[in-house]
Design a protein around this ligand. Structure first.
Ligand SMILES: NC(=O)c1ccc[n+]([C@@H]2O[C@H](COP(=O)([O-])OP(=O)(O)OC[C@H]3O[C@@H](n4cnc5c(N)ncnc54)[C@H](OP(=O)(O)O)[C@@H]3O)[C@@H](O)[C@H]2O)c1
Length: 281
């Protein structure tokens, strides 16, 4: 496995990270729980040290699973979780108020069975809490040692430019893959110039780039029914496969690591083998 520093001052992470969204099962109807848990063990055994999750993934389930399976190797891994998405029985909303962040971080620590979070990321900006207030809350958590590093996800370059003035942002997380290269326009060059780490999410465009065949009938509860490739029917024309999708990101300048949802041990093995073959050739 190859490891890289996340930004100038961030942790050292494996170039392929374990994406914990599907691990939470909600919105991913094909996931088999036992295989998903084994995929976490497989990921650690294969040298993956970066585990990305969020309270919202399975409404706590993804974090709980990472806490349960990986607590014995806690010091050897980098846990990246997030704040900002709130929910109750009837709705989902965004909030980055101080009270909400302080409550969320406590909930995440409990579920993850840890007393610190390596990388704490704003999941989505809520467009209402002043960014300065959000920054103060996160900096305070960092000073207390509750979180080690701060990251942001889904930020425009304008928002990021403000954020870096007020808080120690080590990384940005954005969708970036062979069929969505928008990050190349502004955010990726900004990160490179400012020495900020870049985590590419949805490297397989939620499975479509791996040539996965989908049954539209099973899509009622599946997050992938919202994907542009699915909505336009273009997923049927995809060729190239996961090898090409990963090699594209491994070659891309400025990309520190990419995060893949892997809920089967066989997928972990296949994906790590592609990464290792890339670096040994
Ligand atoms: N910050 C954010 O707002 C944000 C948003 C989206 C994602 N993310 C992060 O990025 C991670 C990955 O993104 P994602 O889940 O959207 O998309 P993704 O990783 O591009 O795609 C996941 C899909 O790829 C399939 N897959 C994985 N390895 C495979 C293999 N070897 N062969 C065939 N298929 C394979 C999985 O199949 P199966 O279904 O068969 O297991 C799953 O359907 C998430 O887990 C999360 O950590 C963050």
């Amino acid at each position: 496995m190859v490891y890289r520093l996340l930004g100038e001052n961030g942790p050292r992470v494996s170039v392929i990270g374990y994406g914990g969204w599907a691990l939470g099962e909600e919105g991913w109807p094909d996931v088999e729980s036992l295989l998903a848990l084994r995929s976490l063990e497989e990921a650690f055994d294969r040298g993956i040290t970066l585990y990305d999750t969020a309270p919202f993934y399975g409404r706590g389930l993804s974090e709980e699973r990472i806490g349960t399976v990986l607590s014995s190797v806690r010091k050897q891994i980098v846990i990246a979780t997030k704040c900002g998405i709130q929910w109750d029985d009837s709705r989902i909303w965004l909030s980055l108020s101080r009270d909400d962040i302080l409550r969320e971080v406590e909930d995440s620590l409990r579920r993850l069975k840890t007393d610190y979070i390596d990388l704490y990321q704003v999941h989505w900006y809520d467009q209402k809490t002043p960014l300065l207030e959000v920054s103060k809350t996160l900096q305070e958590l960092k000073r207390q040692g509750v979180i080690r590093h701060i990251g942001v996800c889904n930020f425009s370059v304008g928002l990021l430019a403000k954020a870096v003035k007020w808080m120690d942002v080590v990384s940005v997380q954005t969708e970036y893959n062979l069929v969505n290269r928008k990050a190349e326009e502004e955010i990726l060059p900004f990160c490179q110039k400012a020495s900020i780490g870049f985590l590419a999410y949805s490297p397989l465009a939620q499975g479509f780039l791996a040539g996965r065949a989908f049954d539209p009938q099973s899509y009622v509860k599946d997050v992938r029914k919202h994907h542009p490739l699915y909505k336009t029917g273009q997923w049927r024309q995809i060729t190239g496969g996961k090898e090409e999708a990963f090699r594209f990101l491994l070659r891309a300048e400025g990309v520190t690591a990419f995060l893949v949802s892997m809920t089967r041990p066989s997928h972990v093995r296949e994906n790590v083998e592609i990464v290792e073959a890339f670096f040994s050739s």
